[in-house]
Ligand binder design. Sequence first.
Ligand code: MD3
Ligand code: FE
Length: 215
Amino acid sequence: MSLFPDLAETLPDGVRLWRRRLAPGAQMALLDDVARTLEAAPPYRPQMRTGAYVINRMSNCGSLGWISDTRGYRYEPLHPETGKAWPPIPVELGRIGADCTREAGFADYEPDACLINIYEASGKLNLHRDYDEADFRWPVVSFSLGADAEFLLGGFKRADPTHRLVLHSGDILVFGGPSRLRYHGVRKIFPGTSPVDHSVLPEGGRINLTLRRAR
Ligand code: MD3
Ligand code: FE
């Protein structure tokens, strides 16, 4: 039996999904914003505590950015390689995030961080929890751009069963409330399925933006 029977219709409490909330034109406009952001804060491949490198390249915008190095995970105000402040969260991204969180029942959402995950066609993200933020009462908002991704949504222990969900370009997810600390990950990218073609997207790949309240 599945942990979440009929998840396509019934997402667990605290999860809201808007399929293709962003039309292709709006996806392109956000990708233009991402391209400008990555010029100011170039993508890099963080190390983990073990010394191994994270599979996806990453960057951030907002007053704080999520980073990882051999000392561990944390939020920092400066890019670890350029030493410069992260660029601001693009206005339209913040506006859409505020709309979606309001619709999901969270008033006055003011994200101070946005992680940019850049997936090559072979990219993935191992099962994890977003655990480095100060107050888990604030939700995380995810924007999918580019190729489709097989997303796994789990429970509260790593070994709990997971449910599979395919995320498409333009989909927006809000994770909050009782689902804020669920395990989740990206099992695979479906290369070449992007409905939009933008120079900032890796060949066959995907970009995910996650708005967060870090402090
Ligand atoms: C469920 N990114 O950046 S976004 C991440 O598609 C991350 O790149 C994935 O997980 C991606 O940390 C998934 C969807 C997401 C984000 C945060 C969550 C799902 C979540 C927090 C709690 C539960
Ligand atoms: Fe995550």
